[in-house]
Design a protein around this ligand. Structure first.
Ligand SMILES: Nc1ncnc2c1ncn2[C@@H]1O[C@H](COP(=O)(O)OP(=O)(O)OP(=O)(O)O)[C@@H](O)[C@H]1O
Ligand SMILES: [Mg+2]
Length: 390
């Protein structure tokens, strides 16, 4: 069984039975139109859960699942979002609409050619006409509400037309807030309000969302000031418990591990699935009988040295110099208290408070209790400690 750093699917997907079962049961139930919001730190396995649910729903006759990640957008304009999502929706309905072509290949084709093409193929005419308006260059760019209307009503119309139900899984949803109009204007908030308004009219479509930064998820979807407040069943995606840590490693390594070895893996990774895959990949090189706490620590250190830069330096360097300083002091001296960090980094309490606030917004640290902070990702902390010099 291979270790993977991609979202885990099929046989590679382990644990998470409860949430997958609940999501599938709810999303296939005729009487519930409520979607889910997955909230969890980076690399915790949100996309994997979406992929797994997607794959189970794909087998259901009446359900058309659509998976779409906001991170797949390049320009991050509303036009691009509408266009890409429209394609994903059409792709998902392809079989039911007997579309014979790979629509995704057409995504870069100029609008006019695309409509000529769409006209030729067998999509129900009424829907096609609406789609044409929504994708036409004249219509797009100028009238964002209209564009969003057409995009987000498409799954509902197609569901009515084909007697199906549609489930849209929007991964990295908070990035909606960064969407711009073609002139560069930020329009994210308006987009969110518009999606919410359309969602109110849904009878056959359910939206699920996921996001890694708690703060931005709160802002965009979960807090009482968000238009989506109370519209989702919220699920916190936590690290693996000990049993799942064992299962993942033993299954993929094909070996039974000692209690100490599992504890070591749990300690090093905090049960975050990505790092378990990461350690597993390194351990595969060892003979089975040599896999023990010591080799695990070695592998972890080695990988941190070899791949840590790739994993973390971009994130670290995108921070401001004083934010980096704060993190460096926290990691290097294992500090968590506000006043200790202030002393070590030479910032006043006021200024430091502001930086900590930024770092929380960016999902790097969390406040544990009054005046006490810690890293969200302990491996990021370990990397800073090992690789960053003041
Ligand atoms: N249920 C699982 N079983 C096995 N491996 C998993 C599972 N969930 C996640 N992983 C592994 O953890 C890593 C991260 O998974 P995934 O991309 O799903 O997380 P994520 O929360 O979406 O991360 P990001 O915040 O980076 O988008 C991948 O290497 C994946 O293979
Ligand atoms: Mg993801």
């Amino acid at each position: 069984m291979p270790f993977t750093l991609q979202p885990a699917i099929g046989e590679n997907f382990i644990d998470r039975e409860e949430i997958v079962r609940e999501m599938v049961a709810t999303l296939t139930s005729k009487n519930i139109l409520m979607g889910f919001a997955l909230v969890g730190n980076r690399r915790m396995g949100k996309s994997s859960i979406f992929r797994e649910v997607y794959s189970i729903l794909s087998e259901e006759k009446r359900i058309v699942p659509v998976y779409f990640s906001l991170w797949s957008l390049l320009e991050r304009t509303v036009e691009e979002f509408s266009r890409s999502l429209t394609f994903s929706i059409l792709e998902a309905y392809k079989k039911r609409l007997s579309l014979k072509y790979r629509l995704k290949d057409l995504i870069k084709v100029p609008a006019q050619e695309l409509f000529d093409f769409l006209r030729k193929i067998d999509v129900r005419i009424k829907i096609l006409e609406k789609l044409e308006i929504s994708l036409s260059e004249k219509g797009s760019g100028k009238d964002i509400p209209h564009l969003l209307n057409e995009t987000f009503l498409l799954p509902e119309r197609l569901a009515e037309d084909t007697g199906a139900r549609c489930v849209i899984l929007l991964d990295e949803f908070p990035s909606v807030i960064e969407l711009t109009a073609q002139n560069g204007r930020m329009v994210g908030e308006a987009v969110i309000r518009k999606i919410r308004t359309i969602q109110e009219s849904y009878r056959r479509t359910t939206i699920c969302i996921s996001g890694s930064i708690k703060k931005t998820m709160e802002m965009t979807a979960l807090s009482s000031s968000s238009p989506f407040y109370r519209q989702f069943i919220v699920k916190n995606i936590l690290p693996f418990e000990r049993d799942s840590v064992r299962l993942l490693l033993e299954k993929n390594l094909g070996v039974k591990l000692s209690r100490e070895a599992i504890d070591t893996a749990l300690n090093l990774t905090n049960g975050i699935p990505f790092y378990l895959q990461f350690i597993g990949r390194g351990l595969i090189r060892y003979k089975k009988k040599n896999i023990n706490p010591k080799t695990m620590k070695e592998v972890f250190q080695e990988l941190l040295k070899e791949e840590g830069n790739l994993l973390f330096s971009e994130e670290f360097n995108s921070l401001g110099s004083r934010e980096r300083r704060v993190l460096f002091e926290m990691a290097n001296n294992s500090l968590s208290r506000l006043n200790e960090i202030a002393r070590a980094s030479g910032e006043s309490l006021n200024v430091l408070g502001r930086y900590l606030e930024y770092l929380m917004k960016k999902g790097v640290i969390v406040r544990e209790s009054r005046g006490s902070y810690r890293f969200v990702d302990p491996v990021f902390e370990a990397w800073i400690k090992q690789s960053v010099w003041p």
